[in-house]
Ligand binder design. Structure first.
Ligand code: RFL
Ligand code: PHB
Length: 389
């Protein structure tokens, strides 16, 4: 056998799984479609649940996160005038960490390089084979040459558009999907954040989010119609729209500047079941997508990795197949709870085109309930900081 576990996809799921397996003495080969520069240029998640932080510690990739990340004790949920503070620390005893996915991925690449793991970039036409045999195989093309590796297991960590999920026969997959009729236009700008904690804002003009990466780098998002293109939005138009949606006190404090990244992400909820097909396991965005409103995508990928790495270590070092046999069922339970939370945050915080007045009244009432009920705030906080593994 060429390696114990072949990992398709060198994003955060694939790299974290590889790192944890290598630390437990299990060999891996990671196959990634893009260049490393491309993977590291994608600006995505910014919030780590404490469970994700603990996993990065276990993987030994915590040093830069501990010194450069920012633990946050809470966040704000607002509309144009009612600002509700959700105090995670007081309500749950836990925090979240502001540390970008790009940084997590860069730290994982550095750790994997130090381990000497084979990460093969720019692979094309990956095919996963022999999943019902003693040994599985993965074929791919590298620089025009067809290659083949054999392995005990394959981890499908290749994101929503990867090949792993589609390797499971269509009639054996059950897919659940909700596509939202809007996207998020996001910018990164070298300006100080407008607030010390994140602000999720449900304005009559649509959703807005004020987030950050550090004291000098801000990340902002606004809800836009799916028909909008990034080119339609100048920096000036973005800042003006953002300020018109945030509470006026916050907008007044906001420092603006040129954007250093600008992109539109459509919002979708998606789950594909099961997560196992013979010797293949799906992990992260390859199996499920959440709208970013609950900050759950990367964190769900990390909890899948948690369950799967334990299962693979038990199977490959002790011959104990319990974790392998229960991975799909156990991981899906947590995935569905995060689906529910992300869907409810999305519904509560966004304006739907053509909606009636009742919808707006429901959003306002949800916010007023949060303002007056500690139980409601605790429920939100418990989900936001991350449900237990
Ligand atoms: P990724 O990151 O998509 O990585 C998959 C990798 O697989 C490669 N690949 C292939 N490799 C080989 N062969 C093939 N055939 C392949 N096909 C694809 C790809 O090149 C890629 O490198 O999936 P992964 O590792 O599961 O990680 C998931 C996270 O990236 C994702 O869930 C989060 O970014 C979602 N997300 C957020 N999650 C959070 O937890 N908190 C947040 O605050 C948060 N904010 C966000 C987000 C996602 C966003 N966008 C753009 C979708 C904000 C945004 C705007
Ligand atoms: C981000 O900073 O990119 C971010 C933060 C919170 C979210 C989504 C994205 O819910």
């Amino acid at each position: 056998m060429d390696t114990q576990v072949a990992i398709i996809g060198g994003g955060p799921s694939g790299l974290l799984l590889s790192q944890l397996l290598n630390k437990a003495g299990i060999s891996t080969i990671v196959l990634e479609r893009s260049t490393r520069e491309h993977v590291l240029s994608r600006i995505r998640a910014g919030i780590l649940e404490w469970g994700t932080v603990e996993m990065l510690r276990k993987a030994g990739v915590n040093l830069r996160m501990e010194s450069e990340g920012f633990p946050h004790d809470g966040c704000y949920m607002t509309d144009e005038d009612l600002m509700v503070h959700i105090d995670f620390k007081e309500l749950t005893g836990k925090q979240v960490m502001v540390y970008g996915q790009t940084e997590v991925t860069a730290d994982l690449y550095a750790a994997q390089d130090a381990m000497g793991t084979q990460i093969i970039h720019e692979v094309e036409d990956v095919k996963i084979l022999d999943l019902d045999q003693e040994e599985a195989a993965v074929e791919y093309t590298l620089k025009g040459e067809r290659k083949r590796i054999t392995c005990a297991y394959v981890a499908g960590c290749d994101g929503f558009h990867g090949v792993s999920r589609k390797t499971i026969p269509e009639e054996k997959r059950r897919e659940f999907e909700r596509v939202y009729p809007f996207g998020w236009l996001g910018i990164l700008s070298e300006t100080p954040p407008c607030n010390d904690e994140l602000i999720y804002c449900n304005s009559p003009r649509g959703f807005a989010l004020a987030s950050m990466r550090n004291a000098k780098l801000s990340r902002y998002y606004i809800q836009v119609p799916l028909t909008d293109k990034v080119e339609d939005w100048s920096d000036e138009a973005f800042w003006e729209e953002l300020k018109s949606r945030l509470p006026s006190e916050t907008a007044a404090k906001m420092q603006t500047g040129p954007s250093i990244e600008k992109s539109i992400a459509p919002l979708r909820s998606f789950v594909s079941e099961p997560l196992r097909w013979g010797r293949l396991f799906l992990v992260g965005d390859a199996a499920h997508i959440v709208p970013p409103t609950g900050a759950k995508g990367l964190n769900l990928a990390a909890s899948d990795v948690h369950y799967l790495h334990e299962a693979l270590v038990d199977a490959l070092t002790k011959g104990d197949m319990t974790g392998i046999d229960t991975y799909s069922e156990v991981a899906l339970k947590r995935i569905w709870k995060a689906m529910r939370f992300s869907w409810s945050m999305t519904t509560m915080m966004h304006r739907f085109d053509g909606e009636d007045e009742f919808a707006g009244a429901m959003r306002r009432s949800t916010l007023e309930h949060l303002a007056s009920s500690e139980t409601a705030r605790r429920e939100l906080a418990e989900n936001y900081i991350g449900l237990p593994y």
